[in-house]
Design a protein around this ligand. Structure first.
Ligand SMILES: [Zn+2]
Length: 110
């Protein structure tokens, strides 16, 4: 719910600065390590957006896989959790490079 509230806040601010009055569609990119539950987000979205610029907006969610830089392999690898080992060499010397954030990827507005 807190996530939905902050999305609402961002949308209201953008509406003010960009001068739109309605959001038709929101596309969110949710990283696998962001801690955001897409299902919970879908569940809370409609309720939280009620009465605001994004009331009735269509919510689309894009899952962003987690990626990390493996030092021994000197390569970007896919991981499924923050403290996973490298799938190629088994090393734990990984630096997470993607999948930690939730971002608004697209907005369709009126
Ligand atoms: Zn590796």
């Amino acid at each position: 719910m807190a996530i939905c509230e902050s999305i609402r806040q961002i949308l209201e601010e953008q509406a003010r600065s960009a001068g739109f009055t309605r959001v038709e569609r929101v596309k969110l990119a949710i990283g696998a390590l962001s801690g955001v539950e897409p299902e919970a987000l879908r569940f809370g979205f409609d309720v939280v957006m009620r009465g605001g610029v994004a009331e009735g907006a269509r919510l689309e969610i894009e899952d962003v896989a987690a990626r990390a830089w493996c030092m021994p392999c000197a390569a970007n690898v896919a991981i499924s959790a923050r403290y996973d080992a490298c799938p190629q060499c088994g090393s734990y010397q990984l630096q997470v490079t993607g999948g930690e954030d939730m971002t608004i990827r697209e907005l369709e507005v009126l």
